[in-house]
Design a protein around this ligand. Structure first.
Ligand SMILES: [Zn+2]
Ligand SMILES: [Zn+2]
Ligand SMILES: [Zn+2]
Ligand SMILES: [Zn+2]
Ligand SMILES: [Zn+2]
Length: 331
């Protein structure tokens, strides 16, 4: 593996640039702001963003947010969410709120999420692919004349057809009123529906407040007591003590999910997601091994995996961890 070496101060410069990119997004039109322009931009835009953030999700008729749209999530028009208008000085009164594409020449008037089938675009009932259709309102097909507008029967992981889902754009208040998560206020551009580390998983795996069977806010916010698993107590300690203590004590390597002091939201979410993917494959391996040992397939997978987790982690707080680990074991 090649190693990337940076000149002294280089890492800080890279961090600074990434921070700049997350805040400015596409707003500099490809020509980096001068330090003065950047300061002016932050003064002007960040207060609006914190106040008027719009949350974007792709919602099933069951009410589950099957996809939480992030800055890089593609639109039907083939451009990314961050390339659409996402900042509003005044939130429009009209619903639905349309987020038009800002790429010159693009006909898209409202961000529209379309799922992929694996890595492939999905097909319309006219048999043509999503990207063969016009991004202009009406979404008619460019490849045939019988299409009355893109309509896909592709089945989402939630069991509902794609056409029964809606791309929902809503305010913080509107989400809170439905008990959906809003996360912390962040100064970054085009965060869409990303509110936490589980945002990157599909809705049916997430099982948080935006999914069916979510633990209540009271349960999730309940304070950690001495009877809870050390994992949770470590996590609790980290939020009460300066991060340096944890690093010096080496605790952060034992509890990898703790937020590192230098880490931003996106990096944190991404790392947590990767950790979950790793844990999931470790569990799958472990499970195979156990089945081999028993020489037969055994009953309920959920029960088996929760046993494995207990063996690995000791008894844990089911209210919190079960929801998280359950999501890893049921794909
Ligand atoms: Zn678009
Ligand atoms: Zn576009
Ligand atoms: Zn079509
Ligand atoms: Zn067609
Ligand atoms: Zn769905």
């Amino acid at each position: 593996m090649e190693r990337l070496t940076l000149p002294p101060g280089g890492a800080a410069a890279v961090d600074e640039y990434l921070e700049y990119r997350r805040i400015v997004g596409e707003d500099d039109g490809g020509k980096q702001f001068t330090p003065e322009e950047y300061e002016e931009y932050k003064r002007k835009v960040i207060p609006i963003r914190l106040l008027n953030r719009l949350f974007v999700s792709w919602r099933s008729p069951t009410g589950v947010d099957c996809k939480l749209v992030g800055p890089e999530t593609l639109c039907f028009c083939t451009h990314r969410y961050k390339q659409h208008k996402t900042d509003f000085e005044v939130i429009p009164q009209r619903r639905p709120i349309s987020l038009p594409c800002r790429v010159p020449g693009c006909l898209c008037r409202a961000y529209l999420y379309v799922p992929l089938s694996g890595a492939q675009p999905i097909r319309c009932r006219c048999k043509h692919l999503a990207d063969q259709h016009s991004a202009a309102p009406g979404l008619v097909c460019n490849a045939c004349s019988k299409c009355s507008g893109f309509h896909s029967c592709f089945t989402c992981a939630c069991g509902q057809p794609a056409h029964a889902h809606d791309t929902v754009v809503e305010t913080k208040q509107e989400r809170l009123a439905q008990g959906k998560p809003v996360g912390r206020d962040v100064p970054y551009a085009a965060m869409g529906g990303l509110t936490g580390f589980s945002s990157l998983a599909e809705g049916y795996l997430r099982l948080d407040d935006s999914g069916i069977g979510a633990p209540s806010v009271e349960v999730l916010d309940a304070s950690v007591t001495a009877t809870d698993h050390p994992f949770l107590r470590a996590f609790q300690a980290s939020s009460n003590s300066p991060p340096e203590t944890l690093r010096d004590g080496g605790t952060s390597s034992q509890v990898p999910s703790l937020r590192k002091p230098e880490e931003d939201d996106m990096a944190f979410f991404e790392r947590r997601y990767q950790e979950r993917v790793l844990l999931k494959s470790a569990l799958a391996l472990r499970e195979k091994e156990m089945e081999k040992r028993r020489g037969r397939r055994v009953g309920n997978m959920h029960i088996r995996t929760s046993h494995i987790l207990e063996m690995q982690l000791g008894p844990f707080n089911h209210q919190i961890l079960a929801s998280e680990f359950f999501s890893l074991t049921t794909k």
